[in-house]
Every structure is written in C-alpha cells, then in structure tokens.
Design a protein around this ligand. Structure first.
Ligand SMILES: [Zn+2]
Length: 103
C-alpha cells in the first residue's frame, strides 16, 4: 500500500503521541524509583526544575527587593550535598544576574 500524505500525517501523529506517552510513563516510573541508583537523577531534577520554573517564573531574590525579573535558573536553598532535597520549598528561581551573584 503506497503511503499518501494523510497516511503519513496519521502515522506521525500516532508516533508523536506514543513517544509523549512513553516519556510520561518513564517519568512516572523514575519518580517511583527515585532513590534507586538505576535512575538518571539529573533527568528527574531537570523535570522538577522545569515544572518549578513554569509555576514560579520570577527571580526570588529580585522579588524580595521589589523587582520583577524572569527566573532562568533554579537553585537549591540547601545543597543536596548538605542534605537538601528537590522539594519545591527547597528551590528558588533566579534570574541570570542573581544566579551569578551580581545583584
Ligand atoms: Zn534576580
């Protein structure tokens, strides 16, 4: 059967939908397995940071000083090495200036 463009579009949509589905499933699995050494912790942290930035788009330091700057980085208030977690209350969004410590 030759593929016409409708068939190809349908196939592409199906594949895109499937890969989003599998990404979501693997993310859930990762969350479930968090703490296991088999999990790519950086990938999990990236997902958490991306979600955090979406919900907290402003720089926390600038906000305290009455300024509004878009946050571009997420930093831990207490470093993981010092016993901090990836929980949202241990995270702060920073603009690039504050992240560099310029302000
Ligand atoms: Zn800032």
């Amino acid at each position: 059967m030759p593929f016409n463009s409708d068939t190809l579009n349908l196939l592409n949509d199906t594949l895109t939908g499937a890969s989003i589905f599998w990404k979501e499933m693997s993310f859930r699995l990762c969350k479930h397995m968090q703490g296991s050494e088999f999990v790519d912790k950086n990938a999990i942290r990236q997902r958490i940071f991306t979600a955090y930035l979406a919900a907290n788009p402003l720089c926390a330091v600038c906000k305290n000083k009455g300024r509004q700057s878009p946050a571009t980085a997420v930093r831990h208030k207490i470093n993981i090495a010092d016993g901090g977690t990836n929980d949202w209350d241990n995270l702060a969004g920073l603009c690039s200036d504050c992240d560099k410590g310029d302000r």
